[in-house]
Ligand binder design. Sequence first.
Ligand SMILES: Cc1cc2nc3c(=O)[nH]c(=O)nc-3n(C[C@H](O)[C@H](O)[C@H](O)COP(=O)(O)OP(=O)(O)OC[C@H]3O[C@@H](n4cnc5c(N)ncnc54)[C@H](O)[C@@H]3O)c2cc1C
Length: 378
Amino acid sequence: MRVLILGAGFGGLELASTLSTELGPDADVVLIDQADGFVFGFSKLDVMFGRVPADHVRHAYADLAHPGVRFVQTTIRSIDPITKRVGTDDGDFDADVLVVALGADLHPDATPGLVEHGHEFYTVAGAFALREALADFSGRAVIAVTSTPFKCPPAPSETALLLHDQLRRRGLLDVSSVSLVMPLGVPIPPSPDASTALLAEFEARGIAWYPGTLVRSVEAGRALLSDGTDLPFDLLLAVPVHRAPTVVVESGLTVDGWIPVDSLTLRTRFENVYAVGDVTSVGTPKAGAFAEGQAAVVAAQLIAHARGEVSTAAYEGRGICYLEFGEDQVATVEVTFMSGQAPSGALVGPSRELAEAKTRFGAERIERWFGREWTPLG
Ligand SMILES: Cc1cc2nc3c(=O)[nH]c(=O)nc-3n(C[C@H](O)[C@H](O)[C@H](O)COP(=O)(O)OP(=O)(O)OC[C@H]3O[C@@H](n4cnc5c(N)ncnc54)[C@H](O)[C@@H]3O)c2cc1C
């Protein structure tokens, strides 16, 4: 059974490594990605705030060594979910089972004026480039979301707190301000506890909080918001517009922009075609922890099939998000999204112990996926 995994991000890496661990050389997996390596989302913030050099957080796919898995670095140009044929810059690939794990593409150019007058911090290139801009920044910083849905809903709040930390360390709070523009009414809707704790922290630090609005366009030194007001800035850090990759939209797999899947099995409406992670509309937030949980459920089904067994694996919509509060304090929010029920999330921390737990979270995945030792902060 040839399994073609499209995308070697959080979901694709988890699926490929699990299939290899369980099935060994018989796994018959081809894993395709256009990038030369993987970078955790949270590592973008670590580089941006000067905690580690960029080289430290790139995990080269050339280092992947899973029996039964072949990695191919190439760009996917077409996906036929009926024949399960995938066209790439390096020719066609055929599969018995297709798993689409191509994430969300980011479009800074979809917000008028953003590229000319602001910065985005969600792509690897954008976040890494901001390291220099932030190193000698003082003045009015605006952190702003430009559309929904967007990855890792806590990330803009974390960015506000980490930027505030950096300005405080450099003694620049008197001449600087941090504002946060979010489409949500509270920072983390499924967790009232986490939202209350974040809002208290914003208030204590004087971070200005603009809920329920978005940046629609940008002019020199001015962000125009969807509520009709505008916000002056010296530095704009934006979360750009997210869309499913064009190749996915053109494949006919999407409905309303994302791939609908069965929320228990991650199957698409096409036979033997699954989708996991940010590219889906499964109903969980777009975050690595959820992509990983979905990949585990697809892996269980494929392993059961390979062994001639019947799978009982079902996705439970659960994920743990680590939440940076700044000053080396991290909290966790464990959120469960069950269909038909309101999502719920309990806050634990923040504490230094949970900062260590976040370090272990990153280290364990790099050990599992790349077979080497690594710690997020070096
Ligand atoms: C600043 C920031 C902080 C974050 N912090 C966290 C966090 O603390 N915890 C957490 O759980 N999540 C976090 N996230 C979110 C997390 O990074 C994503 O949700 C997660 O990576 C999604 O996994 P995925 O497998 O769906 O897609 P991705 O990991 O995005 O992988 C998709 C892959 O597909 C490849 N691809 C796309 N198009 C093509 C093509 N045409 N051809 C070939 N390859 C292609 C891409 O190169 C990419 O490697 C953060 C994100 C950001 C931006």
